[in-house]
Write a protein that binds this ligand. Structure first.
Ligand code: FES
Length: 110
C-alpha cells in the first residue's frame, strides 16, 4: 500500500485501501490543522510534494480549484494516495501527536 510521509518529520505511515491522507495520519496518532473532514471547508489543504492522489468522492471547485490542483495543493481529508506521497504542511501549521480520543473512530494505532 502507498505510504504517507510528512516533509520535515520522521513520519511515514502505510495507508489502507481507499483511506485518505488525513485519515491515515490520524489513525497513526498524528494530527494537524483540519476542519470538517468531509471536503467542505478546505482547512486540511497541504502541499503535495511528491506522489499522486485521487479523489474518489466529489470535491467542490470552491474548496479545491483547478489552479489549486495544478499548483500541487491537496485536500487531505479526501485525497487518497495511489503512490507513496510526501506532503508539506503550511508554515503556520504543525504536526502533533494526538491521544486515542482524537484518532479515527474505530481504528487502532499499529
Ligand atoms: S477538513 Fe474540511 S475540507 Fe478537509
Amino acid at each position: 500500500m502507498p505510504t504517507v510521509a510528512v516533509d520535515g518529520h520522521d513520519v511515514e505511515v502505510e495507508s489502507r485501501p481507499g483511506e485518505p491522507i488525513l485519515g491515515t495520519l490520524c489513525r497513526a496518532g498524528y494530527s494537524y490543522r483540519f476542519g470538517c473532514r468531509r471536503g467542505g471547508c478546505g482547512v486540511c489543504k497541504v502541499q503535495l510534494i511528491s506522489g499522486q492522489v485521487v479523489y474518489p468522492k466529489t470535491v467542490a471547485d470552491s474548496v479545491l480549484s483547478d489552479s489549486d490542483r495544478l499548483g500541487g495543493v491537496c485536500l487531505t481529508c479526501r485525497a487518497v494516495p495511489v503512490s507513496d506521497v510526501v506532503i508539506r504542511l503550511d508554515s503556520t501549521d504543525q504536526l502533533r501527536r494526538i491521544g486515542l480520543f482524537r484518532q479515527a473512530k474505530g481504528t487502532k494505532v499499529e
